[in-house]
Design a protein around this ligand. Sequence first.
Ligand code: CA
Ligand code: ZN
Length: 295
Amino acid sequence: MKLTTDKAVFSFYKGHEAVASIDAPATIDVATKDCFSNQLREPEDTIEGLNWDATNPATGPVFVNGAEPGDTLKVTINKIDVDEKGTVCALENEGTLGHIVSGNHVKIVHIEDGHAVFTPEIRIPVKPMIGVIGVAPADEAVGCGTPGHHGGNMDNTMVAEGATLYFPVATEGALFGLGDVHAVMGDGEIGVTGLEIPAEINLTIELIKGKAPEYPVLENEECFSIIVSKETVDEATVRATELMHDFLVERMDLASPDIIMLMSLVGDVEICQIVDPLKTVRFVFPKKYMTRAEF
Ligand code: CA
Ligand code: ZN
């Protein structure tokens, strides 16, 4: 099955009509527009001409048959193919340096041989990642620009090829969607944009009955990570640390103080993004030190 970009929503919401339904496990292809709905792709396109209501589209939502509140949606990102060019901005009063920007600046960056050609001299290896990915939250709609328990705009560089995400299902069918791919982005996304780019993603969706985590959990070859979004980086850091502690207590034969010592020695607090309505932090712990390295 392939989902096309005309099937998109601008919020995660239990009231949205699904554009497709699947029996998990299923492997599907999803095409995504960039976070500007492809409105800033040509030299003549301007921020001033932008329809902001059409930003941050998520392709979907997909109804997963049998998914109920309390379940876990397991999503593995097999492949991310990005378009031949992307968009990056420096915007007045946006991002951590918006106060020193006057006017709005937009740069179209072409991809050549797996590199984003920022200038002829500065060629950046692409590292595609998905900015917006998640399920419908339990209650009111959450706009695709905001992250949370349901996932959403986490802007996490680890949401990349080979990663598996575990989302808490909060509504019938989960209502999964994704968008906002970046060809490359630095942790923090300080200027409010990565290299925003249309993409095609191949992913596998599985359903785990029960076990819903409080916040999305990410697994890749090396580590488990818990992704928390709160008003401040400090609050997000504390919660991510608490949740990883509890996650490890269940999966290791160590008492709590030893888990804390180990987290202090080999666990990393990392920033996903600091520019969205809530800030997102991940706590990352290496699987090689875990007794039972499984979700
Ligand atoms: Ca984003
Ligand atoms: Zn983006």
